[in-house]
Design a protein around this ligand. Structure first.
Ligand code: IPE
Ligand code: IPE
Ligand code: MG
Length: 245
């Protein structure tokens, strides 16, 4: 833990946010500004992931969900998709020990089984190895799209209806939440997007129903501890009403 993050501060730094999600955007623009190839922007983006995962754990966030590859990102040129998959391979292999040391439990949201077989194996091993860790859950969204996630949840529920386990008119919010990939995570408190884009890009559409939203112009490779603390502080200043008064 950073010497400047003492125990008393830890309790306050999250401002009560248990589950934070981040749309990590702007790697390409970061590289472009520096006249570097996009691949180096993604590489620097992985360093930011490593740093922010560490800090989120120190600050006391219970669950951190990171949008790493969307179901729409397959539309990118093949060489960029392959760069991203290569970085993912490397990241899982190089950081799994640190997850264990820091009590990080890995979770994947999205249809990751459609990724290359060797990546699926690496992920399955990492999931099994970190399953008992309980300091923080790191949920990585891979081949994730909220519409795809909701469709798969509806299919799961429809199958239960077909088996006679639930009546259609009894399907409720808990059935839906429980059938989503995020089942078991705390409610989403804060959703951050970097790089100045003001959209959700098919991320956590169900879960964000009452989340607080935070947008920053900072590009993902430049996102750091002070930015995360600023977002949490902003969250702390929000009045959450959930439709009440
Ligand atoms: C985010 O950075 C990384 C992924 C979507 C995988 P981008 O690659 O989208 O960067 P910009 O938006 O082009 O700057
Ligand atoms: C969203 O960023 C997906 C991830 C961060 C993984 P994009 O860069 O793909 O989003 P759009 O295309 O600008 O909406
Ligand atoms: Mg982008």
């Amino acid at each position: 833990m950073d010497p400047d993050t003492d125990a008393a501060q830890v309790a306050n730094l999250t401002h009560g946010a248990r589950h934070v999600a981040i749309i990590m955007d702007g790697n390409g623009r970061w590289a472009k500004r520096k006249h570097l190839p996009r691949s180096l922007g993604h590489k620097k983006g992985v360093e930011t992931v490593r740093n922010i995962v560490r800090i989120a754990g120190e600050v006391g966030i219970e669950a951190l969900t990171l949008y790493a590859f969307s179901s729409e990102n397959w539309r990118r040129p093949a060489d960029e998709v392959s760069d991203l998959m290569g970085l993912l391979r490397q990241y899982i292999q190089s950081d799994i020990d640190e997850f264990d040391e820091n009590g990080v439990r890995l979770k994947i949201i999205g249809n990751y089984k459609a990724l290359d077989n060797d990546i699926v194996d690496l992920i399955d091993n990492a999931l099994a190895r970190t399953a008992g860790n309980d300091r923080m859950t790191l949920a990585i969204a891979l081949n994730y799209g909220a519409q795809d996630e909701m469709l798969r949840a509806v299919q799961t529920i429809a199958a239960a209806v077909k088996r006679g386990e639930v009546e259609p008119e009894h399907i409720n919010v808990s059935h839906m939440s429980g059938a989503l990939d995020t089942a078991g995570l705390p409610p989403l408190d804060l959703l951050i997007r970097t790089s100045g884009e003001l959209r959700l890009s098919n991320f956590l559409l169900w879960q964000a129903a009452y989340s607080e939203l935070y947008f920053t112009e900072t590009l993902w490779p430049d996102f750091d501890k002070s930015e995360l603390l600023r977002a949490l502080e902003s969250f702390g200043n929000r009045e959450r009403r959930f439709g009440g008064r």
